[in-house]
Design a protein around this ligand. Structure first.
Ligand code: LLP
Length: 422
């Protein structure tokens, strides 16, 4: 059993949909990212079903996986996009995405990025500080445009997730503290070039409970009511992303479980007319991808056994950075062999270069392993450290597959570099 139904064993072979992963490894080499189109569609469908009959805009948090092939899939399904940089804006425009469905998040937006987003006509800027509000007002005036704005409010709730991916606490750099939000809203409403349209929060990532969301929502509802008393009427409420997935044995938070409760509270407050915006990233792509890697060497030691594979922290940073757990599945299991306990490590010259620890596996040199749940924050966080070309990305669709991004060449890694000319 694997965590994602689109990556399942048939006989003695792990498949992506109807394609054996060993075939892809043979054709494209390893390390290799493989995505399932069906898994993307199912993740989308879970949000659509949960939003049935309601005014909900799902803006895919594209930082999780911004390959144009993935974006195009979600665009065709009707998604908008949550962007955090001018670069991400360019990607959405490159696939012909509708700027009217883009929300622009991020704590450090530069003037040029604001300008590009205004020219494109994005739906909303999620503003994170008073200084950003001032800058946006200036840029909008210079452009002769009006920037639609939500304030990203920091509701000071504990998302009960890893500290690096928790964002809604007072000590985090994100958002505008909820107690000063009413004053900043008044300021925004009075500024030229700014139109207040919404309220926004994003409390963290890989959240598996509804509690933190509902705590944040309750605080936002109080804020929205106080704004209305002051004549500031918003049109949408953005609850960010953050829904958790199953990596190991977590109980994921299905969109419907959350949205049913959100709608109940909105209705109870007479705010059922508000558009609900969501910014899910991980839950749209996380279990739709695996990272394929080959065992280069087995090293049996007194203290530990190592499986040294051809993928590394530069390909998948999550274990190194967050101590994250990813499943490891042999692509062609050796049921007859005795299992041993291995640390799965890469070839990079860092002790932090590991992908998994203490896994019972029956493996031999040359075997293929699938690192599971690698569709979110996998390729996008990869680097070329140790002058390692970044992996190729493949999308499987039934029994067909397509190269979304070829493997980088070594030469391309230093093209453009040069020695001093004197
Ligand atoms: N909206 C905003 C403003 C965000 O900052 C994020 C993620 C999202 C939406 C999407 O959140 P999601 O649905 O994916 O949880 N690299 C880390 C995760 C960092 C998340 C950053 N913000 C990881 O690999 O776990």
């Amino acid at each position: 059993m694997t965590v994602a139904p689109q990556f399942a064993y048939r006989g003695n072979e792990l498949y992506a949909e109807d394609v054996p992963l060993s075939r892809l490894a043979q054709e494209f080499g390893t390390p290799l990212y493989v995505y399932s189109r069906r898994a993307l569609r199912e993740a989308w469908a879970a949000y659509r079903t949960a939003a049935e009959g309601r005014n909900v805009l799902v803006c895919y948090g594209m930082k999780a996986n911004s390959n144009l092939g993935v974006l195009n899939e979600f665009k065709n399904l009707g998604a908008g996009f949550d962007i955090v940089s001018g670069g991400e804006l360019a990607r959405v425009l490159a696939i012909g995405g509708d700027p009217g469905k883009i929300v622009f998040s991020g704590v450090g937006k530069q003037a040029a990025e604001m300008q590009a987003a205004l020219r494109a006509g994005v739906k909303c800027f999620n503003v994170e500080s008073e200084a950003e509000l001032q800058r946006l007002s200036q840029v909008a005036q210079a452009e002769g445009r009006v920037a639609a704005v939500s304030l990203r409010v920091n509701p000071d709730v504990d998302a009960q997730t890893h500290p690096y991916i928790s964002t809604g606490l007072k000590q985090n750099k994100f958002g505008i503290a909820i107690d000063i939000a009413p004053r900043v809203y008044r300021q925004a409403a009075a500024l030229p070039g700014i139109e207040v349209v919404g309220a926004d929060c994003h409390i963290g990532s890989q959240i598996t409970e509804t509690g933190p969301y509902l705590d944040a929502l309750d605080k936002l509802l109080v804020l929205i009511a106080s704004l209305a008393e002051q004549g500031i009427h918003i049109k949408h409420l953005d609850l960010g992303g953050g829904l958790g997935i199953r990596y190991k044995d977590e109980t994921p938070l299905p969109p419907k479980a959350l949205l049913d409760q959100v709608f109940d509270r909105l209705d109870a407050q007479g705010l059922g007319h508000l558009q609900l915006v969501l910014e899910p990233g991980r839950s749209m792509v996380g279990n739709a991808g695996v990272l394929l890697t080959r065992v280069e060497y087995l090293k049996h030691g007194e203290a530990r056994n190592f499986a040294i594979v051809d993928a590394a922290m530069n390909d998948l940073l999550r274990p190194t950075l967050y101590d994250a757990w990813h499943g490891v599945e042999p692509v062609q299991p050796r049921d007859g062999d005795p299992a041993q306990t291995y640390d799965i490590v890469g070839p990079i010259c860092e002790s932090g270069d590991w992908l998994a620890r203490d896994r019972r596996l029956a493996i031999r040199q040359g075997d293929l392993l699938a690192i599971m749940s690698a569709g979110a924050y996998g390729f996008v966080m990869s680097s070329q450290y140790n002058t390692r070309p970044r992996a190729a990305e493949i999308m499987v669709d039934g029994d067909r597959y397509h190269v979304l991004r070829p493997r980088e060449t070594v030469e391309s890694l230093y093209a453009g570099e040069s020695a001093l000319p004197w």
